[in-house]
Write a protein that binds this ligand. Structure first.
Ligand SMILES: [Zn+2]
Length: 173
Protein backbone atom coordinates (compact mmCIF):
# COMPACT_ATOMS: atom_id res chain seq x y z
CA UNK A 1 0.00 0.00 0.00
CA UNK A 2 1.31 3.43 -0.93
CA UNK A 3 1.55 6.03 1.83
CA UNK A 4 1.59 9.79 1.24
CA UNK A 5 5.06 11.33 1.53
CA UNK A 6 5.32 14.41 3.75
CA UNK A 7 6.72 17.51 2.08
CA UNK A 8 9.14 19.84 3.87
CA UNK A 9 8.49 21.95 5.94
CA UNK A 10 6.67 19.64 8.36
CA UNK A 11 7.31 19.33 12.11
CA UNK A 12 7.38 15.52 11.81
CA UNK A 13 10.45 15.82 9.56
CA UNK A 14 12.31 17.72 12.30
CA UNK A 15 11.87 15.17 15.12
CA UNK A 16 14.44 12.83 16.59
CA UNK A 17 12.68 9.50 16.02
CA UNK A 18 12.12 6.83 18.65
CA UNK A 19 13.82 3.43 18.48
CA UNK A 20 11.74 0.46 17.34
CA UNK A 21 11.45 -1.68 20.46
CA UNK A 22 9.38 -4.54 19.02
CA UNK A 23 9.18 -5.82 15.45
CA UNK A 24 5.40 -6.17 15.30
CA UNK A 25 3.12 -6.92 12.35
CA UNK A 26 2.54 -3.15 12.12
CA UNK A 27 6.28 -2.55 11.69
CA UNK A 28 6.49 -5.26 9.00
CA UNK A 29 3.53 -3.67 7.18
CA UNK A 30 5.09 -0.22 7.51
CA UNK A 31 8.37 -1.50 5.99
CA UNK A 32 6.54 -3.09 3.04
CA UNK A 33 4.44 0.05 2.48
CA UNK A 34 7.60 2.18 2.59
CA UNK A 35 9.30 -0.03 -0.03
CA UNK A 36 6.20 0.17 -2.25
CA UNK A 37 6.08 3.96 -1.80
CA UNK A 38 9.82 4.35 -2.49
CA UNK A 39 9.75 2.26 -5.70
CA UNK A 40 6.60 4.03 -6.87
CA UNK A 41 8.03 7.55 -6.31
CA UNK A 42 10.61 6.48 -7.64
CA UNK A 43 13.40 6.93 -5.12
CA UNK A 44 16.41 5.04 -3.73
CA UNK A 45 15.67 5.57 -0.03
CA UNK A 46 12.84 6.47 2.33
CA UNK A 47 12.78 7.01 6.10
CA UNK A 48 9.74 6.37 8.32
CA UNK A 49 9.29 10.04 9.34
CA UNK A 50 8.76 10.85 5.64
CA UNK A 51 5.49 8.90 5.84
CA UNK A 52 4.66 10.46 9.21
CA UNK A 53 5.90 7.65 11.49
CA UNK A 54 8.59 8.99 13.83
CA UNK A 55 10.36 5.67 14.37
CA UNK A 56 13.92 4.62 13.52
CA UNK A 57 13.32 2.62 10.37
CA UNK A 58 14.43 3.18 6.79
CA UNK A 59 14.29 1.38 3.46
CA UNK A 60 16.63 1.68 0.51
CA UNK A 61 17.65 0.13 -2.78
CA UNK A 62 20.42 1.79 -4.78
CA UNK A 63 20.76 -0.96 -7.40
CA UNK A 64 20.47 0.00 -11.06
CA UNK A 65 18.91 -2.18 -13.74
CA UNK A 66 19.93 -4.72 -15.02
CA UNK A 67 21.21 -5.49 -11.51
CA UNK A 68 18.61 -7.43 -9.53
CA UNK A 69 16.79 -5.21 -7.00
CA UNK A 70 17.95 -5.33 -3.38
CA UNK A 71 15.15 -4.02 -1.16
CA UNK A 72 16.71 -3.31 2.24
CA UNK A 73 14.93 -2.62 5.54
CA UNK A 74 17.10 -1.14 8.31
CA UNK A 75 15.64 -0.97 11.81
CA UNK A 76 17.44 1.18 14.41
CA UNK A 77 20.43 1.76 12.10
CA UNK A 78 23.55 3.38 13.47
CA UNK A 79 26.86 4.35 11.91
CA UNK A 80 29.66 2.41 13.61
CA UNK A 81 32.52 3.74 11.47
CA UNK A 82 33.02 6.49 8.90
CA UNK A 83 35.98 6.98 6.53
CA UNK A 84 38.14 10.09 6.80
CA UNK A 85 37.93 10.64 3.07
CA UNK A 86 34.88 12.52 1.89
CA UNK A 87 32.74 12.30 -1.23
CA UNK A 88 30.41 14.81 -2.87
CA UNK A 89 27.12 13.71 -4.37
CA UNK A 90 24.22 15.65 -5.76
CA UNK A 91 21.40 14.76 -3.38
CA UNK A 92 17.66 15.01 -3.65
CA UNK A 93 14.87 13.99 -1.33
CA UNK A 94 11.33 12.70 -1.84
CA UNK A 95 10.21 15.22 0.82
CA UNK A 96 11.84 18.07 -1.15
CA UNK A 97 10.75 17.26 -4.71
CA UNK A 98 12.81 18.44 -7.69
CA UNK A 99 15.46 20.22 -5.61
CA UNK A 100 19.04 18.99 -5.78
CA UNK A 101 22.31 20.11 -4.21
CA UNK A 102 25.80 18.76 -3.65
CA UNK A 103 26.48 17.51 -0.12
CA UNK A 104 29.84 16.34 1.23
CA UNK A 105 29.83 13.28 3.48
CA UNK A 106 32.23 10.46 4.47
CA UNK A 107 32.88 8.36 1.37
CA UNK A 108 32.36 5.06 3.20
CA UNK A 109 30.48 4.11 6.35
CA UNK A 110 29.85 0.95 8.30
CA UNK A 111 26.29 0.63 9.57
CA UNK A 112 24.78 -1.75 12.14
CA UNK A 113 21.04 -2.40 12.22
CA UNK A 114 18.33 -4.92 13.03
CA UNK A 115 16.66 -6.73 10.13
CA UNK A 116 12.93 -7.45 9.92
CA UNK A 117 13.57 -11.01 11.16
CA UNK A 118 15.20 -9.56 14.29
CA UNK A 119 18.78 -10.48 13.42
CA UNK A 120 21.64 -8.02 13.88
CA UNK A 121 23.38 -6.94 10.66
CA UNK A 122 26.46 -4.89 9.88
CA UNK A 123 27.75 -3.84 6.49
CA UNK A 124 30.09 -1.33 4.89
CA UNK A 125 28.63 0.92 2.21
CA UNK A 126 30.32 3.05 -0.43
CA UNK A 127 29.33 5.13 -3.45
CA UNK A 128 25.64 5.98 -3.76
CA UNK A 129 24.77 3.44 -1.04
CA UNK A 130 26.94 5.32 1.46
CA UNK A 131 25.39 8.69 0.61
CA UNK A 132 21.89 7.22 0.70
CA UNK A 133 22.21 5.45 4.05
CA UNK A 134 23.71 8.59 5.67
CA UNK A 135 20.95 10.78 4.17
CA UNK A 136 18.25 8.40 5.48
CA UNK A 137 19.79 8.05 8.96
CA UNK A 138 19.86 11.87 9.10
CA UNK A 139 16.06 11.80 8.60
CA UNK A 140 15.77 9.69 11.78
CA UNK A 141 17.50 12.54 13.63
CA UNK A 142 15.27 15.23 12.11
CA UNK A 143 17.94 16.39 9.68
CA UNK A 144 17.46 17.12 5.97
CA UNK A 145 20.10 17.44 3.25
CA UNK A 146 19.29 21.15 2.92
CA UNK A 147 20.55 21.59 6.50
CA UNK A 148 24.05 21.16 5.01
CA UNK A 149 23.53 24.13 2.67
CA UNK A 150 23.98 27.82 3.41
CA UNK A 151 21.01 29.66 4.95
CA UNK A 152 20.09 31.54 1.76
CA UNK A 153 19.93 28.42 -0.39
CA UNK A 154 18.01 26.61 2.35
CA UNK A 155 15.46 29.43 2.68
CA UNK A 156 15.02 29.60 -1.08
CA UNK A 157 14.24 25.87 -1.24
CA UNK A 158 11.95 26.04 1.79
CA UNK A 159 9.94 28.89 0.19
CA UNK A 160 9.57 26.84 -3.00
CA UNK A 161 8.27 23.92 -0.95
CA UNK A 162 5.79 26.14 0.92
CA UNK A 163 4.50 27.36 -2.43
CA UNK A 164 4.29 23.77 -3.75
CA UNK A 165 2.30 22.72 -0.67
CA UNK A 166 -0.12 25.65 -1.09
CA UNK A 167 -0.62 24.74 -4.75
CA UNK A 168 -1.21 21.08 -3.91
CA UNK A 169 -3.66 22.01 -1.14
CA UNK A 170 -5.61 24.17 -3.60
CA UNK A 171 -5.57 21.38 -6.20
CA UNK A 172 -7.12 18.96 -3.72
CA UNK A 173 -9.71 21.45 -2.47
ZN1 LIG B 1 15.35 12.45 2.12
Amino acid sequence: MLRPILIHPDPRLKKVCDPVTDITADIARLAQDMLDTMYDAPGVGLAAPQVGVTKRLLVMDCTKAPEPPRPMVLINPRITWASDDLARYEEGCLSIPEQYAEVQRPARVRVAWTALDGTGQEEEFDGLWSTCVQHEIDHLDGKLFIDYLGPLKRQMITRKMEKLKRERARGQA
